[in-house]
Ligand binder design. Structure first.
Ligand code: HEC
Ligand code: HEC
Ligand code: HEC
Ligand code: HEC
Ligand code: HEC
Length: 249
């Protein structure tokens, strides 16, 4: 009997582990999934060892320590899992800590905003030059990078790639991080001019409303969900139009 039940149990445990890991990966992201999975696998191994130790044919020794170990791991598992999931839910609903939900993208060249904004003190609008005049903010062409990198940082690996692109007359294929669905219309200019005038701040101080602190990011991530509710709520608060055709084609 046990010969059939054990493999069946093993298959069931493995299958639910894989499904659980899949769901965890989508819902919680890779780091958390790996931590939880490693803990589960460890716990299953110890449980297996304890079972084998108790199995008929094997003389049973003093296995109190195995039970203690299992208990400890079960405890760690529940506490870690509970904390991670709880923080995440709290973060989502209470602190709008949404960035864990949103993917980061792999760029052809690692472009750190930190080096440019914090160290280099370059203004957002210098590079995203149409942000206060057009719908699209735009990303600067290679030509504009050469403005500095003809001289600055020529031996940094990332900058070498920029120089290569320039010499070979290639454009850099940046991957879009923020993208509205096709049925949505968004206009940077209206937002930048409205809020920089209202709060009497430069254009670059307005970006944080929707993009967070890009200047502190090694790699740009979307930190706000930018769902319809977010847009409409702010429109309502500021007396901006909320009829459907404002934002939908
Ligand atoms: C106004 C000047 C300026 C412009 C324009 C500029 N950069 Fe830079 N960049 C810098 C400075 C300053 C650094 C820091 C160099 C250092 O740390 O020694 C830097 C560093 C870098 C690095 C290396 C980062 C690191 O820390 O390893 C990369 C890659 C880079 N820039 C890419 C670009 C690209 C792509 C563009 C065009 C979209 C661009 N830069 C435009 C000034 C500029
Ligand atoms: C030296 C030029 C430079 C400066 C200065 C700069 N950026 Fe960027 N920015 C880039 C480049 C190049 C990209 C595309 C690569 C990437 O996404 O990392 C980019 C990407 C972005 C994106 C993501 C666009 C997308 O695909 O959705 C945002 C948002 C952004 N920048 C905001 C800012 C803000 C806010 C500031 C000022 C705090 C700023 N940038 C300053 C060059 C610059
Ligand atoms: C009211 C919210 C909001 C503000 C404020 C805002 N953005 Fe954006 N940004 C967006 C949205 C939404 C998108 C995606 C647009 C799309 O897909 O059509 C976007 C896309 C971008 C992009 C990539 C696509 C493009 O338009 O070229 C860049 C770069 C960017 N923003 C930079 C900035 C900078 C720099 C500032 C500040 C000067 C800023 N944004 C202020 C909401 C905002
Ligand atoms: C932080 C507040 C805020 C957020 C968030 C916001 N908006 Fe707005 N939006 C405004 C204000 C205020 C105006 C009116 C500006 C004016 O009157 O010049 C406006 C105007 C607009 C316009 C009209 C532009 C024109 O002149 O044609 C569009 C389209 C728009 N927003 C789309 C969006 C979308 C889509 C989102 C979400 C991705 C969004 N907005 C998020 C505050 C916001
Ligand atoms: C201030 C801007 C804004 C206004 C006004 C607005 N929407 Fe949206 N809407 C969005 C954005 C941004 C999205 C895409 C993000 C998302 O799915 O929430 C969206 C998505 C949608 C979707 C698709 C939802 C989905 O799950 O794919 C529908 C349907 C929709 N809007 C209907 C409407 C209707 C009907 C109105 C008028 C009562 C309206 N919207 C007014 C910004 C707006």
């Amino acid at each position: 009997m046990i010969i059939f039940l054990l493999p069946l149990a093993a298959i069931l445990v493995t299958a639910s582990l894989l499904i659980g890991m899949g769901i965890g990966f989508i819902q919680l992201g890779p780091e958390i999934t790996i931590v939880i999975s490693v803990l589960i696998i460890l716990w299953v191994c110890i449980a297996g060892a304890a079972l084998a130790y108790k199995a008929p044919g094997i003389p049973s020794g003093n296995n109190g320590w195995i039970v203690a170990l299992m208990g400890t791991f079960a405890f760690i598992l529940v506490v870690t899992g509970g904390t991670l999931v709880g923080t995440k839910l709290l973060g989502h609903y209470v602190w709008a800590f949404d960035k864990f939900y949103l993917p980061t993208v792999e760029q052809p060249i690692d472009f750190p905003h930190t080096s440019h904004v914090q160290k280099g003190q370059i203004d957002c609008v210098f590079c995203h030059s149409t942000v206060d005049s057009e719908a699209m903010a735009s990303v600067p062409p290679v030509e504009q990078c050469m403005f500095c990198h003809q001289v600055v940082g020529k031996d940094l690996p990332g900058v070498k790639k920029v120089l290569d692109a320039w010499e070979n007359n290639q454009t850099i294929q940046w991957v879009r991080v923020h993208r509205m669905p096709d049925h949505v219309r968004f206009v940077h200019e209206a937002h930048i001019s409205y809020f920089s005038e209202k709060d009497n701040v430069p254009a670059s101080a307005v970006c944080t409303l929707c993009h967070g602190e890009v200047g502190t990011m090694e790699r740009v991530e979307q930190v706000k969900e930018l769902k319809m509710g977010f847009c409409v709520e702010c429109h309502r608060d500021n007396g901006a139009p909320t009829d459907c055709t404002t934002c939908h084609y």
